[in-house]
Ligand binder design. Sequence first.
Ligand code: G1P
Length: 293
Amino acid sequence: MKVKKVVVPIAGLGTRLLPATKAIPKEMLPLVNKPIIQYIVEEISKAGFEELIFITHSSKYSVENHFDTSFELESTLKNRVKRSLLNELKAISSLSINISSIRQGEAKGLGHAINCAKNIINNEPFAVVLPDMLLREKKLGFNLALMKKAFEKNSRTSILVAETSKKELSNYGVVEVKRNNLQKELFEVLKIVEKPSAKKIKSNLFAVGRYIFNDSIFSYISKVKPDKTGEIQLTDAIKLHLKEKDSVDAFKLDGTFHDCGDKIGYLKAIVEYALFDKSIGKDFKTFLKKYEK
Ligand code: G1P
């Protein structure tokens, strides 16, 4: 079955980036000249999905506005003959993907956010993309497209995993895997634990924010009990999935990632995206040389 829909939860309040995110959604913070969320939507569109569903919050209307056509701005740029800017602006609203949104009335965790999309998903398989995590890939959308293609062949739930340091792992859903002999970058998930303490970690892999599910995930989410902080975790639903002997594949990220949800990750992303930017990369590199010693 084709995977057409993607759920992007953006209702989180971005507390790790306060006070910058007091009045601006963290997804709208810029990387060079685009907000973070635009890179995410471009990745989804490039991977071949047709429908994007934001799970959102009343304070996040600017994210939806960003993907609307801005007639006023477009006609001003047209009159001033600012062609390249105009084309860049038009490219946003003409991304080949349909965008809709649902409100998450209460902040009750990632599992709860995904569950808000249950009716709109309507028994179809779907992807989940977490907007904090930016991927740098050899071809934009490559990893998601690979997961999508595999699901369309074998209908198996999958998650994207990446390596990170022991210190960082405790911030994430840590994944233990068994090598799949057929394909080098494909594994079978044995165990997944949300933010375990460093002592308990036996893997160097974590869930890097890209998943493909069939609609059975909703029944697992409905069985998840809130954690210590009162949140319904998606990781716990995947755990139940595994417990039911429903296998989950893990694809290893081909590329690198930036966690833009915290200060250092966001700053590293700014530097890297600026260095790779065609118009300012060279000058920026020269500027950074000042700090080399
Ligand atoms: C969420 C997931 C976690 C995953 C992480 C990736 O955590 O719960 O399993 O590894 O995203 O960014 P959060 O960042 O919401 O704390």
